[in-house]
Design a protein around this ligand. Structure first.
Ligand SMILES: O=P(O)(O)OC[C@H]1O[C@](O)(CO)[C@@H](O)[C@@H]1O
Length: 533
């Protein structure tokens, strides 16, 4: 599938701007957003060939199957209906012959009632109104809420939110330090309510709260599907917010897992966030393929990784409050499409999804952009920036930020020629061989691809759109690759072995069945533990 497309690679990006309106032709606008992919090597012919893949691989049929509640997550025998959580205004969404929206709306209303009670001070801790919320969860039960709460801080008018995820005691220790347990709400966010890191942290938080609060469970909330387990933990059912197994962990920010976001910005703005996601769903379903943002973003991802062979891609938001977006997308993309086999168990052709990484600009410029500009690997960059910031009295800083963002994509494409580098060095007084040598260090090859997603302002609605855009991008890439984007068997083995290793480290079980390296590491740890004891 990919071999023929490789023949279409190789255009020098800047030469594609030939006065025929490429910028406009290779851009998509939608609801306050402009997605410009003109600074890539995609030609009209290559774009058509990529679009043909969408038809050949049955993307639209799979999309319709997803929205129709079919069990497209075949290896877990589950439907994929997180889209129902944000379907505020749509027609019924059916699963096994029933409309799921009634249940979704009831769940949302329950969250909203609780959020209103807490935010108004009607629901209180032992020491008075809740000032701080600690969300304990990991993976999809952590990355989404943490990212979104930070992204939307300008809209916060509720309690402060803190996020604990790691099994490392340092995480919970540092987050609880300084908090007043009598005015803190703990959210245990775990779909399964069995994830060992989350349950261990939840026990630690309960012990911390029990030192100051007579009935600590009264200041606990569970976001979980397993009611028997939340009950055993002692959390009253009115503070348990459940969701169905057709909501995957990394797609769960839209429902109860988003409770911390709702507490932070309030139910009304949370609905705006949902409405942004829903607007992107509608766009994904109805926009023609060539004008479809998620489809084109997916095709560019495949073009860069599977066709051009670039091993990674960078997500570079020029927004400090989107600092956790690259980590969120890492889970979304790498847990979804980091798979070696297709649905039928045969090897994936052209490789799985790429490594995704990134940091906010302008910080990244002073760290890893050196490699992006002059390193030998090409890194397609996905820039994001808002035209307008949230600090009206500091517009000059926002101008600087935007200028930097736009300058980077320009520099990546245009580069600096040897002739320009020589002129620069000559102007500095260099001559002869030394001029040549110095100039070579200042040459930028250019022709490096990037896309830019620019939008009016990072509102709750825009954030919802951006997340849904990337969700559907991952879905389209997965369908074209033939991957099931909704399971995550690759995280299982390490969990099993960690369970086996704990008693080995404790000296309760012999390490003799372990490999030499693992035995050596166990011995090192145990020798320290013995010294400490
Ligand atoms: O919400 P849970 O059940 O605690 O799971 C947390 C995370 O663990 C995973 O299942 C695997 O790491 C993720 O997909 C999920 O987001």
């Amino acid at each position: 599938m990919w071999a023929d497309l490789k023949a279409l690679c190789g255009a020098d990006i800047k030469n594609l701007f030939d006065g025929t309106g490429r910028a406009r032709d290779f851009s998509i606008t939608f609801d306050g957003m402009l997605f410009d992919y003109s600074k890539t090597s995609l030609t009209v012919e290559a774009r058509q060939a990529m679009l043909d893949l969408v038809n050949e691989r049955g993307v639209e049929a799979q999309r319709d199957a997803m929205f129709a509640g079919e069990k497209i997550n075949d290896t877990e025998r589950r439907a994929v209906l997180h889209i129902a959580l944000r379907a505020l205004s749509s027609a019924p969404i059916m699963f096994e012959g029933e409309d799921v929206l009634a249940g979704v709306r009831a769940g949302l209303t329950k969250m909203e009632s609780f959020a209103e009670e807490l935010r108004s001070g009607q629901y209180q801790g032992a020491g008075g109104p809740i000032t701080d919320v600690v969300n304990i969860g990991i993976g999809g039960s952590h990355l989404g809420p943490e990212m979104a709460v930070k992204a939307l801080l300008p809209y916060r008018d509720g309690p402060r939110c803190h996020f604990v995820s790691n099994a490392d005691a340092a995480d919970i220790h540092d987050k609880l330090e300084g908090l007043d347990p009598t005015r803190t709400l703990v959210i245990v966010a775990s779909k399964s309510f069995t994830t060992v890191e989350t349950m261990t942290n939840a026990e630690t938080a309960r012990a911390w709260m029990a030192r100051a609060v007579e009935d600590p469970a009264s200041q606990f909330v569970a976001l979980a599907s397993a009611e028997d387990k939340t009950k055993a933990f002692g959390i009253a059912s009115e503070r348990v917010f459940g969701f169905e197994d057709w909501v995957g962990g990394r797609y769960s920010i839209w429902g109860p897992i988003g409770l911390s976001l709702m507490l932070s910005i309030g139910p009304k703005r949370f609905r705006e966030f949902l409405a942004g996601g829903e607007a992107m769903d509608q766009h994904f379903v109805h926009a023609p393929l060539g004008q479809n943002m998620p489809v084109m973003l997916a095709l560019l991802g495949l073009w860069h990784h599977q066709v051009c062979g670039y091993p990674t891609r960078a997500v570079l938001p020029y927004d400090q409050r989107l600092a956790r977006l690259p980590a969120y997308f890492q889970q979304l993309e790498m847990e979804s499409n980091g798979k070696g086999v297709t649905m039928d168990g045969t090897p994936v052709e052209g490789g799985s999804g790429p490594v995704v990484w990134g940091e906010p600009g302008t910080n990244g410029q002073h760290a890893f952009y050196q490699l992006i500009h002059q390193g030998t690997q090409v890194v397609p960059c996905e820039f994001m920036v808002a035209a307008e910031g949230h600090e009206p009295d500091m517009t000059h800083q926002h101008e600087l930020l935007v200028a930097n963002c736009l300058a980077q994509s320009e520099a990546l494409m245009l580069g600096r020629t040897p002739a320009t580098a020589r002129r620069l060095m000559a102007a500095k007084g260099f001559e002869g061989e030394e001029l040549e040598r110095q100039a070579r260090h200042r040459v930028f090859k250019g022709d490096r691809p990037s896309t830019t997603l620019i939008y009016d302002k990072l509102t709750p609605r825009r954030l919802g759109q951006i997340i849904a855009l990337y969700e559907h991008r991952v879905f389209v890439e997965g369908v074209i690759l033939g991957i099931n984007s909704f399971d995550q068997w690759g995280v299982e083995l390490g969990k099993v072995l960690a369970l086996e290793l704990e008693p080995v480290l404790q000296g309760k079980v012999n390490a003799s069945n372990k490999d030499g390296s693992t035995r050596q590491l166990v011995e090192f740890v145990r020798s320290h533990w013995e010294v400490d004891e």
